[in-house]
Design a protein around this ligand. Sequence first.
Ligand code: GAL
Length: 808
Amino acid sequence: MILTYGLSLQAQDQNFDANWLFFNDKAAGAETSDFDDSQWRELDLPHDWAIEGPFDIKYNARAGGLPFHGTGWYRKHFAMPQRAEGKVVRIEFEGAMYNAHIWVNGQQVGHRPYGYIGFEFDISQYLRYDGSDNVIAVRLTPEPLSSRWYPGAGIYRHVWLKVDEPVHVAQWGTYITTPTVTDAKAVVQNETQVVNKSDQGKTVTVRQQYFDPQGREVASIEEQIVIAAQSTATAASYVNVANPQRWDLDTPHLYTATTTVLDGDQVLDRYESRFGIRSIRFDTEGFYLNERKVRFDGVCLHHDNGALGTAVYRRAIERKLQIMQDMGINAIRTSHNPPSRELLELCDEMGLLVLDEAFDVWKLAKVENGYNKFFDEWGEIDLRDMILRDRNHPSIVMWSIGNEIIEQSDTQKGWTVAKKLNDVCKTTDPTRPSTAGFNWYPAPYDNNMAQQVDITGINYKPTKYSEVRSNYPRLPIYGSETSSCTSSRGVYHLPIEKYQTHESLQVTSYDLIGPPWAYPPDVEFYYQAQNPYVMGEFIWTGFDYLGEPTPYGGKDNSTNGRWNSDWPSRSSYFGAVDLCGFPKDRFYLYQSQWTDEPMIHLLPHWDWQGMEGQNIPVYCYTNCDEAELFVNGQSMGRKVKGQNKTTLIVDFLRYEPKTFDSPYRLSWDVPYQAGSIRVVGYKDGKAVQEKEIRTAGTPAKISLSVDRAEISADGRDLAYVTVRIEDKDGNLCPNADNLVNFDVKGAGKLIAVDNGNAASTESFQAPYRKAFSGMALAILRSDKQAGRIKLKATGEGLKSTSVTVITK
Ligand code: GAL
């Protein structure tokens, strides 16, 4: 069951996403009540206007080459019933990108610059309660050169209208912790903020009821509190829960607390909070969940959902996390900003650990118009609000106050800002440690900045782990950002060489190319194994994301002009999966390291016409003990994982020598002949896994497969359809780039297409897409009417096909 976590349960609470009007430009007077908006576009939120495109070099490839800056206006007309008069009416935005100004009936109610933070305003006094028209107007003004990646643009998260009695639970008003957790019992502590917006003092009863994951009430307690007029008071209580069902990675059990505020028998408010019973602990030797040492096998994720842009779709985020869990992860770093509520709810439900990160920048700028402009006024408020919103999530295990903050180099003041932010963490939630990602060495250690947070995140310095440990033995450390290896799905450049960039604007998938600060995943595996006190790693990145097309378009973080030099390269190559969510080879390298279920993977493809007789390096990623390669049925020999190593060129900034003998990859050099390569994996001497790749014939047909045959008819659920170009025998044509046309009928719409090509300017919203390395993606969204969605795919010279999704 999906709970409306953290929201009041009053019947009057409304999702406020439907029927907004949108205009994408300046509009004088658009804040006033009687402004003529009759020609504006009607749409439902969440909405990201920039993903609609078109791609253009003038928008800056670094932020995705999409029109994310300018002015966007949203207006919504609504009536309030008379019975709402005298109540408290609040509007809550879970996130609006960027620099939101809000008016109700022409009167300014407030503003909030940071696009990643949720906020609400009490708008009671500005409303009319006679059934006549009220209008809320929102102006967003995202600026150019304001982000190092694609931030999206628009009201891209949900909006709520909340109508409450003057006495009610505050926004993010409950704080539930579990100070004692044993097998026999848990102490559940609850501090609930109750607001009294009336002019009289009130004495109310606050009842807390606790329900276990099966919905059985397991404890309850009541307490009376006195709240002075126009103020807030805290109802603090605790209960004992016997034999708690712990929240853990494999058993993400979730409890619910229902808070009821009563005036005698009259219910003033009911508020539901979800939480988990678990313990976390850190020391210099590791991180412990429920007293068990757990290594972070983690990924950094940006917030966009590929071709859907940044508009929140719960299913898009769920799929993202499922794909990452298939790779073997147990942790997410929300680089470099507060994530959506949905991401955290899903991590709670799916058993993923979260490093919740607030900022990419403080006062010293990384880009011209970044958040640094707002940091002085808003920094502490935004950090506090992130923690207030998020602190009941059992998945969250650390608060990050920043990533690669420029103040690291500042010997005077950086540490004082870090101290201030750490204090905010400690006063808002002392149960979790603070952290930050440091990419400089040794400056932030020598200038007392690293020492301000509880746990030191190290970006891209695996070779320094042991030095940090011996120089700063009291700092618990982990790899907050690692590897930054780049690749394009299905693309292989031969012979293998270590280049900076390639004229195709793609990157070979032999998994050894990256910017100067990067290194192949293997190097991190090695240094983590050598230094077991390092708490694990968060790779850069799990998914490809929009923007930051490194190694193309420049590599200097502060020279914006240079970012367009390799247009149309416009999105990242860092992902272990591409922008569609299709695994690259690197996905399997991580899977071989992070999972136990026997797996085996083989690369490259086997279509090298014209290269007959020449040696092709064949790599195998597996967690089996041994693997044997067969070419057209003939054995090329058996190799032992860990013993037979693969020499990688590791010509990176901070790595000596320039090669690395990787025990994590098996490889063979094989003279090319058309046919098949097949690898068999052995565990304890038994063949347990195999993988075959055949030389494909000419493209003959399209194949479609859908991630779920049935979705809900709620107007937001999604079906992801994988498109493959195959030869007549069903082999993937690995170089095919055929154009595929889509036609959708029935109870849903085609809302986005993609193919994972980071250098394509084709629209994400077109009803067609070229294949890239033989594949493409179509994303279908259900309507609110149940029925069937039929997607037909056609292409010149290809046998067409269709797929049906049922919506219920
Ligand atoms: C890091 C930075 C990330 C991303 C990455 C690319 O320095 O923290 O946001 O830019 O480099 O390698």
